[in-house]
Design a protein around this ligand. Structure first.
Ligand code: GDP
Ligand code: IMO
Ligand code: MG
Length: 430
């Protein structure tokens, strides 16, 4: 029986992690975000009400569950407060359910300004970031120049550090990118007022997580983005600036790696990607447009249309080994309803050779041609299905084929946006 479960994206993000985290939260004491920032957009739909979470863990809608933002996250005070206030309007008192690591690096408006200026300067070579400032915030962290949430406790020294780094960023903005300077006083005032909200939430997260471990509590670690947006293992440079693979759950939270005992890899039954970068199974035809329309494939953070394509087993095989995936959570089965034929990419042709796992370099991945297997579709609706038995035979066969190709079992199958549009084959916590 698993106690400490990681949920992460096995593709390029937006796999439906938020929905599955919310679903499983009724079995846990705590939910932990361990990387990324408000570039994430995790959608939770309960009784027709949609909530999109960016920084807050997707367990936040449940009463009696503690939510942690751990040190691997880059924390935008502005985004945090907007999100807290948004939930307050829904009657959710976030402050009673949330703790933040004092070791979180702060993401401040100059990071957003640099992200935007850099993307504009890159022109056709832009990464297609969310322009939230994620990359520049991790740059400061790695350069050991960033401000941490814990710095907000001592205001005088915070102001000194802020002044120095603000001046540096303003110099770059004006003199390298040629864009207007930012206003020092306005930004400082905003950060200092947000400090009043953040300070009471600060905590030593690794020690708290260890207490959960000692108590035998179930804990859920919620990944953001997806495996192929990982800064080391993704399609670099078209990636985000954090590690998104399973190991990051330990590094980014301070929870020992041997305490994690189950990794749920989440994948849609097809593939999507937002932003630039290679996507071997991308469909630029009517079929891709149909997936985008039926799947409502627009970014939950930026509203940008997502690129769509067939499921790619060669990439998922890489995901399985990078993350030591225990079982799969597959989502959006209903989106395939009514499709006459469904293709699965089972490998690639690369330099006249057939390969079964995606290559590590961008150059090779770009040169790969997918090898497809075609399966029959189904005309019946799977929308809202709650048991495997009630699925049409072709849908069952499709799921079984994914299991067979990856040699990994499917634990959960999502059949709609709502919390209870789900088939539970194996409950990770039972
Ligand atoms: P995340 O970033 O991984 O949490 O995923 P997003 O929330 O960005 O995108 C997933 C989208 O698919 C959201 O709009 C979800 O409500 C929706 N979704 C999740 N599972 C299903 C499903 O099984 N069927 C359908 N139709 N929509 C789903
Ligand atoms: P969730 O958690 C999908 C993508 C951006 C861009 C690249 C770098 O909802 O799955 P960044 O702003 O991180 O520097 O952008 O990563 N990206 C996502 N794509 N889902 C996400 O999050 C993403 N977060 C970032 O589109 O290609
Ligand atoms: Mg998303």
């Amino acid at each position: 029986m698993a106690k400490n479960v990681v949920i992460l994206g096995a593709q390029w993000g937006d796999e439906g992690k938020g929905k599955l985290v919310d679903l499983l939260t009724d079995h846990v004491k705590a939910v932990v975000r361990f990387q990324g920032g408000h570039n994430a957009g995790h959608t939770v739909v309960v009784n027709g009400k949609k909530t999109i979470l960016h920084l807050l863990p997707s367990g936040i809608l449940h009463d009696g569950v503690v939510n942690y933002i751990a040190s691997g996250v880059v924390l935008s005070p502005e985004a945090l407060i907007t999100e807290i206030n948004g939930l307050k309007e829904q009657g959710i008192d976030v402050a009673k359910r949330l703790y933040i690591s004092d070791a979180c690096n702060l993401l401040l408006p100059y990071h957003g300004a640099i992200d935007k200026a850099r993307e504009l300067a890159l022109g056709d070579n832009a990464i297609g970031t969310t322009r939230r400032g994620i990359g520049p915030a991790y740059v400061d962290k790695a350069a050991r120049a960033g401000l941490r949430a814990g710095d907000l406790i001592q205001i005088e020294s915070f102001i000194d550090k802020f002044t120095a780094i603000f001046e540096y960023h303003n110099f770059i903005l004006q003199n390298y990118y040629g864009v207007p300077a930012l206003d020092f006083k306005q930004m400082l005032d905003e950060v200092l007022s947000s400090a009043e909200v953040i300070r009471p939430l600060l905590i030593d997260v690794p020690v708290k997580l260890n207490e959960h471990y000692k108590n035998g509590d179930n804990v859920l670690f919620e990944g953001a983005q997806g495996t192929f947006l990982d800064i080391d293992h993704g399609t670099y440079p078209f990636v985000t600036s954090s590690n998104t693979v399973a190991g990051a759950a330990s590094v980014g939270s301070g929870f020992g790696p041997l305490y994690l005992d189950y990794v749920l890899g989440v994948t849609k039954v097809y593939a999507t990607r937002v932003g630039s970068g290679p996507f071997p199974t991308e469909l630029k035809d009517d079929v891709g447009a149909r997936l985008a329309e039926r799947g409502n494939e627009f970014g939950a953070t930026t509203g940008r249309p997502r690129r769509c394509g067939w499921l790619d087993i060669a990439l998922l095989r890489r995901s399985v080994l990078l993350n030591s995936i225990t079982a799969l959570g597959i989502t959006k089965l209903d989106v395939l309803d009514g499709m006459e034929k469904i293709k699965i990419c089972v490998g690639y042709k690369l330099n006249e050779k057939n390969i079964t796992i995606s290559p590590s370099t961008l150059r090779d991945l770009k040169a790969c041609e997918p090898i497809y297997e075609e399966l029959p579709g189904w005309t019946e609706s799977t929308f809202g299905a709650k048991s495997f038995d009630e699925l049409p035979k072709a849908a069952k066969d499709y799921i079984k084929r994914i299991e067979e190709l990856l040699q990994i079992r499917v634990a959960l199958v999502a059949t709609g946006q709502e919390r209870d549009d789900i088939i539970i084959i194996e409950h990770p916590f039972d």
